[in-house]
Design a protein around this ligand. Structure first.
Ligand code: ZN
Length: 227
């Protein structure tokens, strides 16, 4: 510290602006005082990651599948993934699950049967087939079956798309809003997007995450402890 600057000036300068950075990686908070920084650190950064060699199966937390060889998971020591009820009260890890409403194994939703579902999955997801090609395939399939008096799983792409659109996805409704630019405009040559009304469609993100966590297909596949 240069001797010629009086100490009281230095400290006044140091305290006059938010200058003390939080040393934590990925944190950009600045503080006026050391005490402010200390309070922030104890509030937000007062955790550590326990070395994975010491964690497996500790303290009744949900223990995820063993990581692949060569992968190390150091777990957060405060966010332990303990099971709790809706009010945050811990539940014993061996408490039986509430009843899950099971679908019948032959319930294929809007699809007639397993064949219709697998056809839709193959054409739309795996094959990413164009509407024209779907119509052609359905036509060929229909001609093949016409002698037998049966019909192909879908008569054309419209039926296929309508069936896919009717597939329930956790029953989370779509929501939408409209948006139009209302900022400054140039006096001439107004770009078309400034007059356009745009429509945004979305799912409630919280409801989506809840539905993913409710999905029994993921049982045992989610690691609830940050690492
Ligand atoms: Zn910080």
């Amino acid at each position: 510290m240069p001797q010629c600057i009086p100490h009281h000036l230095l400290s006044r300068r140091a305290f006059s602006a938010r200058q003390i950075p939080c040393p934590h990686a990925n944190c950009s908070h600045l503080f006026k005082t050391a005490a402010g920084l200390k309070h922030h650190q104890s509030l937000l950064h007062n955790f550590s990651f326990t070395s994975s060699s010491a964690t497996s199966g500790s303290s009744g937390q949900l223990t995820p599948a063993k990581p692949a060889p060569g992968i190390i998971r150091d777990y957060h020591d405060k966010l332990t993934g303990c099971i709790c009820d809706a009010n945050g009260r811990p539940i014993g890890p061996n408490t039986p699950l509430p009843p899950i409403s099971e679908k019948r194994s032959d319930d294929w939703g809007p699809y007639d049967d397993q064949l219709q579902f697998e056809t839709a999955e193959f054409i739309f997801k795996d094959g990413e087939m164009s509407a024209g090609n779907i119509d052609k395939l359905c036509d060929l399939w229909g001609r093949l079956l016409s002698a037998t008096g049966t019909r192909p799983p879908f008569s054309d792409h419209k039926e296929l798309f309508a069936t896919i659109n009717a597939t329930p996805l956790g029953d989370i409704p779509w929501d939408s809003f409209k948006l139009k630019y209302n900022g400054k405009r140039p006096t001439e040559d107004v770009p078309p997007w400034m007059d356009e009304m745009y429509e945004f469609w979305f799912h409630d993100a919280r409801a989506l995450v809840e539905s993913m966590l409710l999905n029994t297909e993921f049982d045992g596949e989610i690691d609830y402890v940050p690492y």
